[in-house]
Design a protein around this ligand. Structure first.
Ligand code: I3P
Length: 109
């Protein structure tokens, strides 16, 4: 599964609220491969290696939980991702259908 997702980091590894200045929305080209959600700045190019930033932004979705972010009303089609290491992300998909596909794929990992 791949496609554009806007990401907002809501909580860090310790489960604490992500500090101001790091809470903005940022759009990535997301690719779910195995148990890893890769978030790249540009669309995937097979001949291009992952950059250091790409590796830093990658999220393990092993034992993670994805669900519709019903408590977030500022943007449509937003899902909440809770990782096994207590991070919380919001991801905005490009449509409701896309959001549901991402939720299903992440939860089936
Ligand atoms: C954040 C940015 C986010 C906003 C967040 C801000 O500032 O403006 O868009 O979330 O509000 O803290 P920064 O880029 O300096 O981190 P929303 O778009 O959801 O309002 P928040 O702290 O209430 O989450």
């Amino acid at each position: 599964k791949a496609g554009f997702l806007a990401r907002k980091i809501h909580a860090d590894m310790d489960g604490k609220k992500t500090p101001r200045g790091k809470r903005g929305w940022k759009t990535f080209y997301a690719i779910l491969k195995g148990t890893v959600l890769y978030l790249q700045k540009d669309e995937y190019k097979p001949e291009k290696a992952l950059s250091e930033d790409d590796l830093k932004n990658a999220v393990s979705v092993h034992h993670a939980l994805a669900l519709k972010a019903t408590d977030y009303e500022k943007r449509p089609n937003v899902l909440k991702l809770k990782t096994a290491d207590w991070r919380v992300f919001l991801f905005q998909a490009q449509s409701t259908e896309e959001m549901e596909l991402w939720i299903n794929k992440i939860n089936c990992v």
